[in-house]
Write a protein that binds this ligand. Structure first.
Ligand SMILES: Cc1cc2nc3c(=O)[nH]c(=O)nc-3n(C[C@H](O)[C@H](O)[C@H](O)COP(=O)(O)O)c2cc1C
Length: 337
């Protein structure tokens, strides 16, 4: 290096600049397709429309891009992390499994991305250990897919900052994560609770139905264990009340060694009705969020669940919690199996 700077620190500092992720493709003069993952992409000019990206001189694609007149830049969508990884591995068949169409100059075009620019090379500049390619945009496509982003060496998703984030209080109360989660949950539950109340049912009944929806054929003790994380306990009287209402039945399991709780047909329909109401409440709540924000929210909540799961009793671990007989199993598929 000419200037005395620490390469690792320099890379780290550059990594604090958040970018999208692109795949740049071209067709070589040998007629073969070439491409690589690049986050050095940027816009240059509106009129004429121009973009740039830079290619490392050690890249095996350099002679190809140095000799071709066209390239295509694909701005990858949030669900295309695998595509990014595939195109960043030198010496592999990068186009394996990719459905291609052709653009200007025969360049291979990938689908499923957020946007795509077909370019004619207008400048190539020396840029230290990289070559900078400037292309005039001949054609472009823009799709309504959230983009994949790259920051500090990690992939990420876009989240709008929004007003609320700036005003988040830090006190115990409305700034406490537990409060926010609980309040969001209870508000989300209002339509479900209204329906339950209309049927003379309570929160504990909802918890029992939810646990059964995730796997039928549990004993009352198992139901109690699984529901207890909510602070409710399930008693034989609670289950009996649901039997009387025709929602569940208590019967011997297949091995006839214990008595387990299952939905009746009416109970199954009712649980599906509740699920539909809950899903509608989720959609209403997400109206203020765009698709990627809803995704980010769920990802973050899963992370909170992960990081606090040490406090969970063993029986809440996913492999034990979920059973084969889910409420939303596909009856045709499971009957055929
Ligand atoms: C997120 C990400 C961004 C990258 N950005 C660039 C870039 O802008 N320019 C570059 O030359 N390589 C970049 N790379 C590395 C190339 O994708 C990688 O070196 C590729 O294997 C080169 O392929 P090739 O040797 O077949 O040409 C990036 C890799 C990743 C994962």
């Amino acid at each position: 290096m000419t200037t005395q700077i620490d390469a690792r620190q320099f890379r780290k500092a550059l990594g604090s600049f958040t970018t999208g992720v692109t795949v740049v493709t071209t067709q070589g003069t040998d007629g073969l397709d070439y491409g690589l993952t690049a986050n050095s992409f940027n816009s240059v000019s509106m009129d004429p429309p121009m973009v740039l990206w830079s290619l490392g001189k050690k890249s095996s694609s350099l002679p190809v891009f140095a000799a071709t007149d066209h390239f295509a830049v694909h701005i990858l969508a949030a669900d295309q992390e695998a595509v990014s990884n595939q195109f960043s591995k030198s010496g592999t068949d990068k186009f394996a499994g990719c459905a291609l169409t052709r653009g200007h100059g025969g360049v291979p075009l990938l689908g499923g991305c957020s946007a795509r620019f077909e370019c004619r090379v207008v400048h190539r500049y020396e840029g230290g250990d990289h070559v900078i390619f400037v292309g005039e945009v001949m054609n472009f496509d823009s799709f309504d897919h959230a983009p994949l982003i790259f920051h500090g060496g990690n992939y990420g998703l876009v989240m709008k900052k929004g007003e609320a984030a700036a005003h988040t209080a830090s006190s115990f109360g409305d700034g406490w994560l537990g409060f926010l989660l609980a309040r969001a949950y209870y508000q989300l539950l209002v339509p479900v609770r209204n329906n339950l109340n209309g049927h003379g049912l309570r929160d504990v009944d909802y918890n029992i139905l939810t646990v059964l929806s995730m796997g039928e054929g549990r004993t009352i003790e198992e139901l109690d264990k699984l529901v207890s994380i909510s602070g409710f306990r399930v008693t034989p009287e609670d289950v009996e009340a649901l039997v009387v209402r025709g929602i569940v039945a208590v019967e011997a399991n297949a091995q006839a060694e214990k008595r387990v709780v299952r939905f009746t047909e009416a109970g199954r329909s009712y649980a599906i009705e509740l699920l539909t109401i809950a899903k509608a409440a989720e959609s209403d709540a997400e109206r203020e969020l765009d698709y990627r924000e809803a995704q980010v929210l769920k990802l973050l909540l899963k992370r909170v669940i992960e990081s606090t799961s040490a406090a969970l009793p063993d029986h809440w671990r996913r492999d034990q919690f979920w059973r084969d007989e889910h409420l939303w199993r596909d009856p045709v598929a499971s009957d055929a199996a």
